[in-house]
Design a protein around this ligand. Sequence first.
Ligand code: URP
Ligand code: ZN
Ligand code: ZN
Length: 465
Amino acid sequence: MRTLISNGTIVTAEGRSVADVLIDGEAIATIGAGLAEAGVTADETIDATGKFVIPGAIDAHTHMELPFGGTFAKDTFESGTRAAAFGGTTTILDFAVQSRGASLREGLDTWMAKAEGNAVADFGFHMIMSDVNDDTLREMDTLVSEGVPDFKLFTAYPGVFLSDDGAIFRAMQQTAKNGGLIMMHAENGLAIDIVANQTFEAGTTEPMGHGLARKAVFEGEATNRVIRLAEAAGVPVYIVHLSSKEALAEVRAARDRGSMAFAETCPQYLFLSLDDLGNGFEGAKFVCSPPLRPKDHWDELWTGLVKDDLQLVATDHCPFDFHGQKELGRGDFRKVPNGLPGVEDRVDLLHDGGVVGGRITPERWVEIISTAPAKLFGMYPRKGSLTVGADADIVIYDPNRRHTISAATHHMDVDYSCYEGRSVQGGSDIVLSRGTVIVRNGEFTGRKGHGRFIKRAPADYVRLS
Ligand code: URP
Ligand code: ZN
Ligand code: ZN
């Protein structure tokens, strides 16, 4: 099957130009101006006049079917990758979980079984480490060689995922040797739990208590601590879901002194705020960790994206229905399952708020949604680029079309939207995954099981620092 995308504005992290793209099978075969006029033929020609042609977006942080907070994140790999595709995302990196007492292998096999044969678009895994011991340290090396080169550890969630500093440092030392990357959920979970319990005992039971207890200083402290530990171990470290000025200041300072420190933020920290946690129990829809911050953090985070102290935006997609799941925390904010839906909305929110809003160029938009995650997570140039030989993961994007985000029309398997009623400019018209059209003008045309596991290489971090 040969597909010719003609006359679109090709936007990559490097620049923009009007050209044609010829796809042969699963890969990009040729890029150039006037291919049709030059006699190039194809089985299908897509006229992309007036549209952006961009590399498929990559969401480096999702949680499909995550067991968490006494329930499960509701999207499966099928529903979640399908929703992602509607929003222009053609690759997700999800987190496989090592259960306490089990091996990393068991965790990876479990997540592979959830995804393989179900995902409609490509996927890879990071590994959440719950136990650090001689066996799991050895297993880390094996996983790196099998294309799972990143390990997430937590200074948060005592009794669930929290690792102490010694365990984190051992994992960092191992990763310094095996070429992988350490990902950190950086919040001081022990201090947070003390404040959360005090807040609850003082009578604040509603979701706002979650936001008040998880203070930004606790994120800043933990961010500094894990970066310093990583410096001592000589390993690159990536701060996930960075939400606050305090944490960003630590990443910026580390990068300024030459550290291999990287970070992502998420749409919820750019577009939602602590105010959303108000309005009684409705605020449960917005409970995630780190929590939403006051609005005065937004500008700092955008500046971080412009200046590359934040390299990319991922969603931390972790959807729980309001009815029946978030409601587990009615009367006690500490029991609300933590996590927000968003895998479908990221590309459009960032186009609207970033490009249309005049904060970033279209090139930087492509970089933070696609190219930077591909580079940082060892998939570039196969993913995240429009180059000959790359996977034909391509989005024909209409930068002018407006639509309104709503749970009534979204494709994520969750009963509410954090962005209900928000009008955004920009939308994915046609989405190709490895040369196959999987979304066309609002219709799903892909198939369950089309998505493949992407075996990733340890990244070339120095190039990015
Ligand atoms: O609230 C969140 N972020 N839920 C997902 C789990 C995590 O910490 O990433
Ligand atoms: Zn986390
Ligand atoms: Zn997460």
